[in-house]
Design a protein around this ligand. Structure first.
Ligand SMILES: Cc1cc2nc3c(=O)[nH]c(=O)nc-3n(C[C@H](O)[C@H](O)[C@H](O)COP(=O)(O)OP(=O)(O)OC[C@H]3O[C@@H](n4cnc5c(N)ncnc54)[C@H](O)[C@@H]3O)c2cc1C
Length: 366
């Protein structure tokens, strides 16, 4: 293995668009490339199927579903598999847990879903044996996992147990080679390994094609004895003490939020971490560590509820990796509305009050 002299390169993790020719193009000066491209396309264009087979090889992507959906990391790993797949390679995805996502749109040819996984049990040995069963059935040439959380752990365990070569933290994946960081200035260039764990944003999920999208029930999890493991159960983390970068759900306040006790009650009730715009921080309503944006934190929550935030470009930079953004603003033309997946034109206090009432009612089972 050799360390190459640093090669100047554009950050592969920058947002990009996929051109009609299938090329990944970085939109210079914009952090909104993919979103703009998506907005520019008029109506849902029909995409071609990547390959109808027959398949003689398999790339298997393995992931845990979260609340019925795939994580961003898993979607990116699937996209990477689909982009690199040759016409005779099937993109097979094995999901631990129920999954309602549109498999074809994600580039999946066949989705194996383990619907009845009891995610409250810690059972790594059973999961590894389950993967060994898939290995026997499908003989994949490559295994891909997102290098984060439960997926990263499972990938490492499986590779060790199966005696397969493993590469972690892959930041760039090409057809024949990949890159993993060597130090702050250099990357290792390496050939592929049978098991690869992919870092965040290794591939754009905006694919110019779809997969076959077949769906099958996966074989049951084997009843393995978890020797040497005492399962003490799950305990909910406290989102208020969680680093904002780690939070899955963030309630963020801007200048349009004045009722702070109401805001904090809502955050507590829905179990959200608290973030704020710079104006709200400068005003002394929130701590500097809670500021989100270019001069604050960059967050990647799957849910971001922006209350009374205008959506200045500096703020948007901090939420570019968030999956679902919901904006609440009195002004329907505020810039945040262009970034948001849903905009509620409403007074922030009125909406917080209504939401708090709903959540409390639901908790009481009314
Ligand atoms: C170098 C530099 C770095 C910066 N870095 C950051 C950064 O990291 N993070 C950041 O956030 N900003 C940053 N800023 C500041 C940024 O440009 C904006 O000024 C700031 O984000 C605006 O905050 P805001 O949206 O909360 O406030 P405002 O711009 O005042 O917007 C308030 C919004 O709330 C809405 N509103 C008002 N009342 C209500 C109500 N009752 N109910 C519902 N909606 C209501 C309004 O319609 C408006 O859209 C930076 C600026 C510079 C120059």
């Amino acid at each position: 293995m050799t360390v190459h002299t640093p090669v100047r390169r554009v950050d592969p993790r920058r947002p990009a668009i996929i051109t009609p020719a299938g090329l990944r193009r970085i939109v210079l000066g914009s952090s909104e490339g993919e979103r703009l491209a998506a907005n520019l396309s008029h109506g849902p264009a029909t995409k071609p199927v990547r390959s109808a087979g027959p398949f003689s090889r398999t790339t298997l992507v393995v992931t845990h579903a979260e609340r019925g959906a795939l994580t961003d990391g898993a979607r990116q790993a699937i996209a990477a598999a689909a982009i690199l797949a040759t016409a005779d390679t099937e993109v097979l995805v094995a999901v631990l847990g129920a999954c309602q996502d549109d498999a074809a749109a994600l580039g999946v040819d066949r989705l194996l879903v383990l619907d009845d996984l009891d995610s409250s049990r810690y059972q790594p040995t059973a999961c590894v044996r389950w993967l060994q069963g898939l290995q026997t059935r499908h003989s994949p040439t490559q295994w891909l996992f997102a290098d984060s959380g439960a997926d990263g752990q499972l990938g490492r365990r499986f590779a060790v147990q199966a005696g397969l070569d493993l590469i972690c933290g892959v930041v760039e994946l090409g057809a024949n080679a990949l890159r993993v960081p060597a130090n702050s200035r250099q990357d290792w260039l390496r050939p592929h390994a049978p098991v690869m764990l992919l870092a965040k944003a290794v591939a754009s999920t905006k694919l110019p094609f779809v997969g076959l999208g077949l769906r099958e029930a996966a074989p049951a999890l084997p009843a393995a004895i978890e020797a040497g493991i005492e399962d003490l159960g799950l305990k909910a983390g406290d989102p208020q003490t969680l680093a904002l970068e780690e939070a899955d759900f963030i309630l963020a306040a801007g200048n349009g939020v004045t009722d702070l006790p109401l805001f904090h009650s809502l955050a507590l009730e829905v179990g959200a971490a608290v973030g704020a715009s710079r104006v709200a921080v400068d005003d002394g309503r929130f701590a500097r560590a809670q500021q989100i944006g270019a001069t604050g934190k960059t967050v990647s929550a799957s849910g971001y509820l922006a209350l009374g935030i205008s959506g200045a470009v500096q703020h948007l930079q901090g939420i570019k990796d968030c999956r679902h953004v919901i904006a609440v603003n009195l002004d329907a033309s505020a810039p945040i509305a262009r970034r948001a997946d849903l905009t509620v034109v409403e007074d922030s206090a009125a909406l917080m009050q209504a939401l708090l009432g709903l959540v409390r009612k639901q908790k009481e089972g009314v």
